[in-house]
Design a protein. Structure first.
Length: 678
């Protein structure tokens, strides 16, 4: 019977066992079974025997761990009592030892596991698991932290970083949002008292680290803690505390690696990871948008980087507000990345973030952004996605500010085509197949011819390749340096000849690319060509695009100064498409502004949009600069420009660019017509 009972319930402190029962050795047999078969080791056994002759040998006593041996006559009431109590006491000591042994083992295991958990979330989740296991409680609880360092997430308040069981929903929120005042109160109490609190229905454990981070673990069950358990808990606390600091360190490293510290946005690496994940999970309808702030570099130079940072922060905030459910990241300096569904990331929605002017140290700035867009669709890597978005972005940058471009496959083909085109361009240049054409520039006041703009032409197998296709390639490959010098020389020779054939004070405007200007020997190159062609600086005008003019202020200023000193004139080309401030123009001391054709196009009899030309003309007037309108195609435009005080114009309405072999004939006829007209 006893064996039967012990098979089902092993939790006995003492067994008082008669040696002689059914048989002479029934007691000893049972003792053997208890130890060897049932493997019950901790339970104490007291043997009792009637006759001394039945006493077991010492060897048996040792083998079966028999704790006491008493003859029947010895067992007085008082002796029985002392025997039993001492047996029970030693049993409970064994149990306590065992508990702390397994407790220690689980603490070591838990700490080891906690050390390998990455990030607060996992760690905190692990803490709930380990603590509830240690205290034999159901796995239900909350972990709150109050981090020592200024973390925007948890500033001031306790923040829930892990929750298990019925609390799962309150994860990643301030504790105050939890609507159970009892729990919230207890947690706050543990935080202010800085100690563990044990209640009937719940338990609050407090942990602090050497780095002054604090963590409160709320477990949703009361527990009566024995003093052994208490010691274990203390030990565990120390371990957890060390782990917390370790995790904090990890989090911070993670934070630095994946988050832009200034804007508090995910960075490029993080963006790539999320995009990669979206690709792997084959999430449908995912749009990637890269937004680049137009002319941010030059703006930064004018207002200073600190103010520039203020603008970036404002934009970051606007984007986050506008797209709360989408990924908003900082990809690089002034480029932001968005990831989300196509519908919400439509170009207008993104552009709307720039609608209101930006404020910074009392001044307002109107910014615009250019978008490169690509849909996630079968790309192999996130890097490929970003590269595609970048191709689209570059393309968009070629048109007006504030525009956007969707990526499509042909663009990649186009890059291959660009390589072949560059090879062909090199060949054409070497073979002398490029030539310059000259578009007359006229005074709007009296229609007088005052000069020409020289434009490069390339005819390949009888087909024209537009400069807008080959100049950028020449620029990015550096070929423009030699092309540009050749264009300058050719244009100077042409103007020399034309001037010799009439008595007009004609000049030639040569387009100069930013790449050329950046050459350290640019001025020397000018000098050389003026000398070789026997021409004069004052016959030469350099057309420089606005974007370059706004680059590095002091260098540009010095360069422009040298050019003007020599007598050449400087004109800002494509004016209005980039960013310029009044003070810039003033400091640069250029001679004229060229209103870009895209603005002239908008001067139409129906709904004319003349705001920009008007502003530019006023600007020219206040800075005493000449203003030239390019791309004039209609009488209406001419009349409007004239009425609004524009000085010069060129365009198909007056004359198309003229081939070099026809230019002298054209000039002679033009002079003849003018002569007979007057
Ligand atoms: P750009 O300097 O703004 O040149 C004006 C462009 O407008 C020229 O195009 C010209 O042919 C065109 N144009 C002039 N009047 C009209 C008009 O009434 N209607 C229309 N539709 N177009 C008109 P092109 O020659 O194709 O040159 C395009 C751009 O290529 C130029 O823009 C300039 O940025 C660049 N480029 C041309 N030649 C050179 C060069 O020798 N060196 C450099 N660096 N760039 C050049
Ligand atoms: Ca030009
Ligand atoms: Ca232009």
């Amino acid at each position: 019977d006893a064996r039967e009972i012990l098979q089902h319930n092993r939790d006995f402190a003492v067994i008082l066992l008669d040696v002689v029962m059914e048989t002479d050795s029934a007691g000893l047999d049972l003792a053997r079974d208890i130890r060897e078969e049932l493997k019950i080791r901790d339970t104490r056994i007291i043997l009792r025997t009637g006759q001394p002759g039945y006493a077991p040998e010492l060897e048996t006593i040792a083998r079966y761990e028999i704790n006491d041996y008493k003859a029947k006559s010895e067992l007085t009431r008082i002796k029985l009592f002392t025997s039993l109590t001492s047996a029970i006491r030693s049993y409970s000591q064994i149990k306590a030892l065992e508990l702390s042994k397994s407790g220690l083992e689980s603490i070591i295991k838990a700490s080891k596991e906690l050390l390998y958990l990455r990030g607060y979330d996992e760690f905190a989740q692990g803490v709930i698991t380990q603590l509830t296991a240690l205290l034999h409680l159901p796995k239900e609880g909350i972990v709150c932290v109050k981090k020592s360092r200024s973390d925007p997430l948890s500033a001031g308040d306790l923040y829930v970083i892990a929750a298990a069981g019925k609390f799962s929903a309150c994860i990643r929120q301030p504790l105050s949002t939890l609507n159970d005042p009892n729990i919230v109160d207890s947690i706050y109490r543990a935080a202010t008292d800085k100690k563990h609190l044990f209640f009937d229905t719940h338990t609050c454990l407090y942990f602090a680290t050497p780095d002054e981070a604090e963590m409160i673990v709320y477990l949703n069950a009361g527990t009566e803690i024995s003093s052994e358990e208490h010691q274990l808990l203390e030990l565990f606390s120390h371990n957890i505390a060390a782990c917390i600091d370790n995790v904090t360190l990890l989090e911070q490293r993670h934070e630095y690696a994946y988050r832009d510290q200034m804007l508090g946005l995910p960075n490029r690496l993080s963006f790539l990871q999320v995009v990669e994940k979206a690709l792997q999970d084959k999430v449908e309808d995912q749009q990637v948008v890269l937004i680049d702030i137009d002319q941010f570099g030059p703006l930064n130079d004018t207002i200073g980087t600190e103010n520039g940072d203020v603008l970036l922060k404002q934009l970051a905030k606007r984007l986050r507000h506008r797209f709360p459910n989408h990924l908003v990241a900082r990809i690089s300096g002034d480029t932001f990345g968005l990831l989300g569904d196509q519908e919400s990331l439509q170009p207008e929605h993104v552009q709307a973030a720039f609608e209101k002017p930006f404020l910074c140290s009392g001044a307002t700035h109107t910014l615009s952004g250019t978008q490169g867009r690509v849909l996630l669709h079968k790309q192999k890597t996130a890097t490929e996605v970003i590269a595609q978005a970048n191709v689209a972005l570059k393309r968009a940058k070629q048109s007006l500010r504030g525009s956007f471009q969707n990526f499509h496959r042909e663009m990649l083909l186009e890059t291959e085509e660009r390589v072949t085109l560059l090879q062909k361009l090199r060949q054409a240049f070497d073979d002398g197949k490029l030539y310059m054409v000259y578009q007359p520039k006229l005074s709007l006041r009296d229609g007088q011819l005052c000069g020409f703009e020289s434009l490069m032409r390339w005819k390949d197998d009888g087909k024209f390749i537009p400069p807008l296709d080959f100049i950028p390639i020449a620029e990015s490959s550096g070929l423009i340096v030699s092309l540009g010098e050749w264009a300058l020389q050719t244009s100077l020779e042409a103007i020399g000849k034309l001037r010799a054939s009439c008595d007009l004070d004609l000049s030639v405007a040569v387009n100069v690319s930013a790449v050329q200007l950046a050459q350290p020997d640019f001025i020397a190159m000018l000098d050389k060509n003026i000398k070789h062609t026997g021409t004069e600086y004052k016959w030469l005008e350099l057309e420089i695009t606005e974007s370059f003019a706004m680059e590095d202020m002091t260098t540009v200023q010095a360069l422009f100064h040298e050019i003007r000193e020599r007598g050449a004139r400087i004109s800002i080309d494509d004016f209005g498409t980039g960013f310029s401030s009044l003070s810039y123009l003033e400091q640069l001391q250029v001679n004229s502004l060229k209103i870009d054709k895209s603005f002239i196009d908008r001067i139409t009899p129906q709904n004319p949009d003349t705001r920009l030309p008007k502003t530019i003309l006023q600007l020219g007037q206040s800075l005493a600069l000449e203003v030239v309108a390019e791309g004039v195609e209609t009488a209406f435009q001419e009349a409007w420009l004239k009425d609004n005080g524009c000085h010069f114009a060129q365009g198909y309405y007056f004359e198309r660019p003229i081939d070099p072999q026809n230019i002298e004939v054209w000039l002679a006829r033009h002079l003849e017509q003018r002569g007979s007209a007057s």
